[in-house]
Design a protein around this ligand. Structure first.
Ligand SMILES: [Zn+2]
Length: 461
């Protein structure tokens, strides 16, 4: 793996959709030039909500006027909090079609970008995103997370063709948005340790055919996300305080992780089991302080959960004693653990069936023995990647992320219980599956439960 830290331009070449990504002070006046370069001669349609219009949308409109770009229409979402609901895509689509399909220019954060991303894709239009907060890695990701019929799903759609972020705008965003972005970036720590585990599992038969959801590490994606990760985290701790340079580093790092997804055509480089915990809480509509907990804050909580789980798993090498479940046993267990969220069950059961390994099968024995043979190698590689729980806790706390369960409306018991749900969400092989396949899952949860190191304040005692 190359230790070289490449410039954004080099990573853009590895990305499938995005051709321009820049973050610097005073970029908004340059938007007409960026449009001329990437969308020559095309009129635009601007989208914002009331907050983002005040934060930067107005300035974007003025810049467009000053630069002689023709604006074929504007749409400003009213109301305090706009949700990622598919019905908004239908509204936007009708408006943009009515205006003659000009190029969408969206000024806003994650939700607005996702709405415009899907709308643009349905209209077969490229678009420009002007982010207003360094809050997620989703700006440069393909796919949009939208709620349709009460169920959140990822709609496929290309990433924006161009992303132009003004760091003075990002720095002025509400501080919880910057700390959310930090949480989303910090989650790449366990995304990395999970990928190391999946890479070793992939190697069991040399073709990755044995272990469902395993995947070989891709050097380019690893270089984009993991090589600069710890430096980027260290230098973006002050993003929450509105420090422009810290916010710039944070946004750039998040943006590049999105490009890594475009390069891989999947989210493996940026998402491990910390995101699966966050998806569980997403489905449970986690709220705290009168507000839906942001994606990045859920990821920060998932990161702590994942780090605790990883430490507890590797404390002891498993020796499988309990017999494997049959599929009917597993299915009724899954139905029990998802009680109350029945609308999620069809997709959860499908995923769990896909990764289920029949007891007594040849692959059950091969996987179990293979993983146990690799145990010491996996353990060493994982802890080279993953800092200790207490260190992650202090880093997240410094960066303004919630670290105590109550701050995100959770409890220690709820975090531990969600591990079981998290394991059923995706086929992607993570530390949760390593524990599951080696028969250690329940003992790991018991160790987490019994320890007072986790989900409490480690500064005490
Ligand atoms: Zn994320």
């Amino acid at each position: 793996m190359s230790e070289k830290k490449a410039a954004i331009d080099e990573w853009l070449a590895a990305a499938a959709d995005t051709k321009y990504l820049a973050v610097r002070d005073g970029l908004i006046p340059e938007i007409p030039r960026i449009l001329e370069q990437h969308f020559p001669g095309r009129p635009v349609f601007t989208v914002a909500d009331e907050n983002t219009f005040a934060a930067a949308g107005q300035a974007v409109l003025e810049a467009l006027g000053a630069g002689g770009i023709s604006t074929a229409g504007n749409f400003i979402f009213g109301g305090k909090e706009i949700h990622a609901e598919y019905r908004h895509v239908e509204t936007l689509k009708a408006e943009i079609e009515k205006a003659g399909k000009p190029v969408p220019v969206v000024t806003g954060s994650g939700t607005l970008n996702d709405l415009v991303k899907r709308t643009s894709s349905e209209l077969d239009l490229p678009y420009l995103c002007v982010p207003t907060a360094a809050s997620v890695d989703g700006y440069t990701a393909y796919g949009a997370a939208l709620v349709d019929n009460g169920f959140k799903q990822t709609f496929s759609c290309p990433a924006p063709l161009a992303v132009a972020a003004d760091s003075s705008v990002l720095a002025a965003a509400p501080s919880y948005l910057s700390s959310s972005g930090f949480g989303d970036l910090a989650g790449k720590l366990t995304a990395g340790s999970d990928w190391i585990i999946a890479d070793r599992a992939f190697s069991l038969d040399g073709k990755g055919g044995l272990v469902p959801g395993s995947q070989k590490i891709d050097d380019t994606a690893w270089a984009m996300v993991q090589l600069p990760l710890k430096d980027n985290l260290r230098h973006s701790l002050d993003a929450v305080k509105g420090d422009r340079n810290a916010v710039k580093i944070l946004f750039e790092a998040l943006g590049i992780t999105g490009l890594a997804m475009q390069h891989m055509k999947n989210s493996r480089p940026v998402s491990g089991c910390e995101h699966m915990w966050s998806h569980v809480w997403e489905m449970q509509n986690l709220r705290a302080g009168g507000r839906t907990v942001t994606h990045g804050h859920k990821v920060a909580s998932g990161l702590l959960a994942a780090a605790a789980f990883t430490e507890c798993l590797f404390r002891e090498k498993p020796s499988r004693s309990a017999p494997r479940q049959s599929w009917p046993e597993r299915e009724s267990q899954i139905r029990r653990m998802w009680g109350g969220l029945e609308n999620a069950l069809p997709s959860i059961l499908k995923t769990s069936r896909e990764k289920f390994i029949e007891p007594g099968s040849k692959s059950a024995v091969q996987i179990e023995e293979g993983l146990l043979d690799l145990w010491d190698d996996i353990k060493a590689a994982v802890f080279e990647q993953l800092p200790p729980y207490a260190e992650i806790y202090r880093m997240l706390e410094k960066a303004g992320c919630p670290v105590k369960p109550a701050e995100t409306g959770l409890s220690k018991a709820r975090i531990i219980a969600a591990a079981e749900n998290a394991q059923t969400i995706r086929v992607r092989f993570t530390v949760l599956d390593l524990a599951f396949e080696t028969g250690a899952f329940d003992s790991v949860l018991e160790r987490m439960e019994a320890s007072d190191r986790y989900f409490t304040d480690p500064h005490r005692g």
